[in-house]
Design a protein around this ligand. Structure first.
Ligand SMILES: CC1=N[C@H](C(=O)O)[C@@H](O)CN1
Length: 295
């Protein structure tokens, strides 16, 4: 009985091959619960997608439906892979990787940037966009902020999103950690600039334009988009989808469908309603982005 329990535990862990006295050898080298992730998703007909409610990447709209750049790409790609339904699982941006690791969802679909340090923890698909950075600042940009280095030079206060890459860009450009505050979401960052608690709030320009459009009365503006540099190297903020590190099969299948969308121009048609243009399209690969030197 004890050995039977051990076998079942091992099967759940999905990482072993063992034969105990009185037991048949069980091949546990396959992924847990039988078959690859893609096989399991096809059988269930659904995929659980972790998202951070950051519009226009992945968010719940006024009809209470998941939509946005990542959500719409995921709907098309997964349905072509034989998985028709998306189950949205909300998370803070900074908890997405942890949520994937503990099995709260099957994939991160939040427009997450492919960064070398994240590549050590998850397996990214190729990116479906690049997105320059910007700052949300008071109208007229009284401090004249255009880059992270200028935030540092003037010793300004900067808001960022919890877990987002802009904090790393800021620190690498000399902004002291004690001048940076991380906010839970776009609205709280906007509010912080609006009330004068922060001189600027940084995210991708696409994200900041979206939140400003939803607050038309706010006396704020989005600065000119720019590609941040770290040690003279451009940081493209190029986003894709993330799976667990042992799920290379589904990543390859996803990349194949994504490549077709890029080639046919369908990707841009899917992304245009969310503020993406030709300028945000990219042929960069996850391999290139994962290998890039650290921010
Ligand atoms: C979609 C997104 N990308 C960046 C990141 O991955 O850190 C940040 O700008 C936060 N949001």
């Amino acid at each position: 009985m004890a050995s039977r329990r051990l076998l079942l535990h091992a099967a759940a862990a999905g990482a072993l091959s063992l034969a105990l006295p009185g037991c048949t050898r069980v091949d546990l080298s396959a992924e847990p619960n039988g078959g690859s992730l893609l096989d399991r998703l096809r059988r269930k007909g659904e995929v659980r997608i972790g998202f951070a409610n950051e519009a226009p990447y992945s968010f719940i709209n006024s009809e209470a439906e998941l939509t946005g750049e990542a959500a719409e790409v995921a709907k098309v790609v997964f349905s072509r892979l034989g998985v028709p339904n998306l189950v949205p699982i909300p998370s803070e941006f900074g908890s997405l990787i942890a949520g994937l690791k503990v099995g709260l969802f099957d994939v991160i679909g939040a427009g997450m940037s492919i960064l070398p340090k994240r590549c050590e923890q998850v397996l990214f698909t190729n990116p479906d966009f690049v997105a320059p950075a910007a700052f949300l600042v008071p109208k007229g940009n009284p401090k004249g902020i255009r880059t992270f280095a200028e935030v540092a030079q003037q010793n300004l206060r900067l808001g960022v999103l919890i877990g987002a890459t802009e904090k790393d860009y800021a620190i690498a450009n000399g902004v002291p950690e004690n001048r940076i505050t991380a906010y839970q979401n776009q609205p709280s960052g906007l509010e912080a600039v609006n009330t004068g608690r922060e001189d600027a709030f940084s995210l991708t320009s696409i994200s900041l334009r979206d939140i400003l459009a939803k607050n038309p009365g706010a006396p704020l503006e989005v600065t000119t988009p720019f590609v941040p540099e770290v040690d003279g190297r451009p940081q493209f903020t190029s986003g894709g989808f993330a799976f667990l590190p042992d799920q290379a099969n589904i990543v390859a299948a996803f990349n194949e469908e994504l490549a077709k969308l890029k080639k046919s121009g369908e990707l841009l048609r899917i992304l245009r309603p969310f503020g993406f243009t030709e300028a945000e399209m990219t042929d960069l690969t996850a391999r290139e982005l994962c290998a890039a030197p650290e921010a």
